[in-house]
Ligand binder design. Structure first.
Ligand SMILES: C[S@@+](CC[C@H](N)C(=O)[O-])C[C@H]1O[C@@H](n2cnc3c(N)ncnc32)[C@H](O)[C@@H]1O
Length: 213
């Protein structure tokens, strides 16, 4: 297994960089199903980064406890700061999510925002199978991802943009993956069913809600 990318260098500038390049859109994408996450009690957020989504989740759902996994110590530091007093409901795990074995009981909420794109299709497949085994029967999984629509916008804009983002993250973090994984197929084969999706920015971004089958 190759080393995970090193996001320590970008942890401080990650949020401002995001706002500068995508304005509010990545944030809207992460939060498009947040209202449907009010009853869950045991959350697992993989590749949580600076934890802005987790902070929002803790605010919207006052009873949820979260396991947050990330390979970057600096990102996890930011996550604790962003969660503020609510960080008492978060357990942070500095780990490679591809190899991390949860100690906890069945998760009823899994979240991966702009994280699956750091993995290969085979890695997503393995992860989705492992997480399915750790999830409750009624678990939901929220996904945010970049996509390349199969139309002129995809060929002329989204495709080149995604390639440029991969190149930038290769330079900044050493991310080896250079193409979007076929995560939908991988998740479906692992026992997850997509029940909702919301497309943003002409289909460049997608927010999805999946349920354990
Ligand atoms: C593109 S950032 C997304 C962060 C956050 N989820 C968001 O929505 O902004 C990817 C995050 O995944 C983490 N990451 C990448 N590969 C990882 C791995 N194999 N195991 C754990 N964390 C990983 C990085 O450290 C980084 O914080």
């Amino acid at each position: 297994m190759k080393r995970p990318p090193n996001f320590n260098r970008v942890a401080r500038i990650y949020a401002p960089m995001e706002k500068l390049t995508f304005g509010p859109w990545l944030w809207r994408c992460r939060c498009c199903f947040i209202r449907e996450l009010k009853t869950q009690r045991s959350g697992l957020v993989l590749g949580d980064g600076d934890g802005r989504f987790t902070a929002n989740l803790l605010e919207e759902n006052p009873l949820v406890l979260v396991d947050a996994v990330d390979a970057s110590v600096e990102m996890l530091h930011k996550l604790r700061l962003n969660a503020g007093l609510r960080s008492a409901r978060v357990r942070v795990h500095l780990a490679d999510a591809r190899a991390w074995v949860p100690e906890g009981s069945a998760y009823d909420l899994i979240a991966t925002h702009f994280f699956l794109d750091c993995l290969t299709t085979a890695e997503v497949a393995e992860l989705a199978r492992r997480i399915r085994a750790q999830a409750s029967a009624d678990a939901v999984w929220v996904v945010s991802e970049f996509t390349i629509p199969d139309n002129w916008f995809g060929w002329l804009v989204a495709g080149p943009l995604v390639r440029a983002l991969y190149l930038a993250f290769f330079v900044l973090t050493g991310l080896r993956v250079q193409r979007l994984p076929q995560y939908r197929e991988a998740m479906a084969e692992a026992g997850w069913a997509r029940i909702k999706e919301q497309r943003l920015l002409a289909g460049l971004l997608v927010g999805e809600l999946w349920r354990a089958q």
